[in-house]
Design a protein around this ligand. Structure first.
Ligand code: SF4
Ligand code: SF4
Length: 567
């Protein structure tokens, strides 16, 4: 019998008390409230607060028996997430020094309120500030007169998209009133604590240290300085402090180089398994409070995610297939990549199963309409365990392959962020130099050394386009043709083929025929009249040396003969 350390509020305690007999009869589980308590459905009585437990027990129409099972599922989900999440803590000390930027009457009125609330206030005209640098607790404003001011937090009375991207510099227009803004500023005073939100693997990033920019979607979508691209070094710069944890960058990343520290993909894989044969209602935690009055039909189980913007097509398909049901997603805000993934998956499911995959509800009326529609989808249940460090497109491809089986279901168009497509290689131009294989860091392009072929797997390609400039022959083109729902899309196709050229001296194969031809065409005009040098163009590196030694000894003996004749 599993034993959980759960701190329960009175309502849940009463529910369990009532179900005591059932629990014992079925040997379901036991709950303990102890020093080791991990999960609580009351705030701040354990490391993890699980408000969805109360909400589910209160609002679901499930039977008592189903509720008991779901209660243990919700507990397990929280515990799994806790085990996988990165819990690195950081802190900054924040003094009460406050810079108010703007000289309007309302700025002055706010300044006097801030003074009354014990802030040390300075007020400066917007035009007097040349630049701002630093971070929460340690900002510096460089002024046009050459002086500078240090401050811990700032308030902008003008629209400034750059400065307001800093955590600690607030735009007054983002707040209802002065009270709300002051509360925000006060909440950070003293020691400001925060956690890791983003993890990053530069090895599979399609921007990091590349000679040309082929991605930076994460930085484009980031509303703050959480992630920015430094094009002078081709490096991404992360600020866990400025990151607001929305997760938009994660949904956009084609390789999975960025992951969500509080809810890494390994946690998702494990948690998704718990939802086998149930219909998931995915809810970002900040929006659970919107659903206070929503009744949950039988068989629908809440899945709480930290924030709204991180689910990618891989996250969504994992939940769909592990549950074997359509997926409900309530979130007033979603990222553009998540929206595209939602549309893409709906088209795939409509073609494969005749019904949509996801019901996305951005408001309560839409959710109420969607709740009765979501249900189990015949033959859609699929269990797949990705390999450690498996790339996002590989996992998605494996799952999609299960749906397609041997069918030909047509095409699903590419999105603007979730881009799918194929490259084409001009066989006439390709010399099989394999520069493109070296450029591709997701194994979409590979070399087959036994067959002397260049192979391409469209299901792994992120359409980053970096192979195009890497090709010295301009032989590659890229088409954003979307996903082809056919078995061949998941297989490697031969894009170019060649034969090996054998050294004319020793007979050892040493390069492809096309590359030897190319070098011969380039170099022959320079070697006209020199039979030795011309010969080296068709020799392996070892024989090339021998031929050239022969050339120099013949030249030496010729020189000696001439000298003898002169003497
Ligand atoms: S979205 Fe992913 S692959 Fe693209 S730059 Fe960001 S981390 Fe790299
Ligand atoms: S094949 Fe080319 S476009 Fe596709 S992922 Fe590799 S480098 Fe990028």
């Amino acid at each position: 019998m599993p034993s959980y350390h759960l701190s329960l509020n009175p309502a849940t305690q009463a529910f369990l008390e009532e179900a005591k007999e059932e629990i014992q009869k079925q040997n379901l589980f036991s709950f303990h409230s102890s020093a080791q308590t991990l999960v609580s459905n009351e705030k701040e009585t354990a490391p993890l607060f699980a408000p969805e437990i109360n909400w589910y027990l209160k609002n679901s129409l499930d039977s008592k028996e189903e509720k008991l099972k779901t209660l243990s599922l919700l507990y397990e989900a929280r515990a799994i997430k806790f085990d996988h999440a990165l819990h690195q803590d950081y802190e900054e000390s924040v003094s009460p020094s406050l810079l108010i930027i703007g000289e309007s009457q309302s700025a002055k009125e706010f300044a006097s309120k801030a003074l009354e609330s014990s802030f040390e206030v300075e007020i400066l005209p917007y035009e007097s500030i040349e630049s701002i640098e630093g971070k929460l607790g340690a900002f510096v404003a460089n002024l046009t007169d050459g002086s500078s001011r240090e401050f811990a937090q700032g308030v902008l009375f003008r629209e400034d998209e750059f400065a307001s991207k800093y955590m600690g510099i607030e735009k007054v227009s983002d707040f209802e009133d002065a009270k709300e803004l002051l509360e925000k500023l006060q909440s950070r005073l003293g020691i400001y604590r925060y956690k890791t939100t983003i993890t990053y693997n530069p090895e599979i990033c399609q921007y990091h240290h590349r000679r040309e920019k082929s991605c930076s979607k994460c930085a484009t979508l980031c509303p703050t300085f959480g992630v920015v691209n430094d094009d002078s070094k081709m490096e991404l710069l992360f600020s866990q402090l400025d990151c607001v944890g929305c997760g938009g960058c994660i949904s956009a990343c084609p390789t999975g180089a960025i992951d969500y520290a509080p809810y890494p993909k390994e946690a998702l894989y494990e948690i998704a398994r718990l939802y086998n044969e149930t219909t998931i209602l995915m809810i970002p935690e900040p929006f659970l409070k919107d659903l206070e009055e929503v009744t949950l039909p039988k068989g629908i189980t809440p899945l709480i995610i930290d924030r709204e913007k991180f689910p990618s097509e891989m996250h969504l398909l994992t939940l769909l297939q592990e549950s074997g049901s359509s997926l409900l997603f309530y979130s007033p805000i979603i990222s553009r990549p998540t929206k595209e993934a939602n549309e893409m998956l709906n088209q795939i499911y409509l073609k494969a199963y005749g019904e949509p995959a996801l019901y996305l509800a951005q408001d309560i009326p839409t959710l109420l309409e969607a709740l009765p529609k979501a249900h189990k989808i015949e033959k859609s249940l699929y269990r797949y365990t990705p390999k450690p460090n498996e790339l996002r497109r590989k996992t998605f491809g494996e799952r999609l392959r299960y749906i397609i089986k041997e069918q030909e279901l047509g095409q699903v168009p590419s999105g603007d962020f979730i881009r799918y497509g194929e490259i084409k290689v001009d066989q006439e131009k390709c010399t099989l130099c394999l520069s493109c294989v070296g450029a591709c860091n997701v194994n979409a392009l590979t070399a087959n050394s036994n067959e002397f072929t260049l192979d391409f797997n469209a299901s792994l390609c992120t359409t980053c386009g970096y192979c195009l400039p890497s090709c010295p022959e301009n032989a590659i083109t890229l088409e954003l043709s979307g996903i082809t729902l056919a078995p061949s899309w998941f297989e490697s196709k031969v894009m170019a083929r060649d034969e090996m050229f054998k050294c004319i001296e020793c007979g050892k194969p040493f390069a492809t025929k096309k590359s030897v031809e190319k070098i011969k065409n380039l170099m022959s005009p320079l070697f006209v009249g020199n039979a030795f040098k011309l010969k080296t163009l068709e020799c392996c590196p070892d024989c090339k040396v021998k031929v050239m030694v022969g050339f120099s000894s013949e030249a030496d003996s010729k020189r000696e003969t001439i000298l003898e004749e002169v003497e």
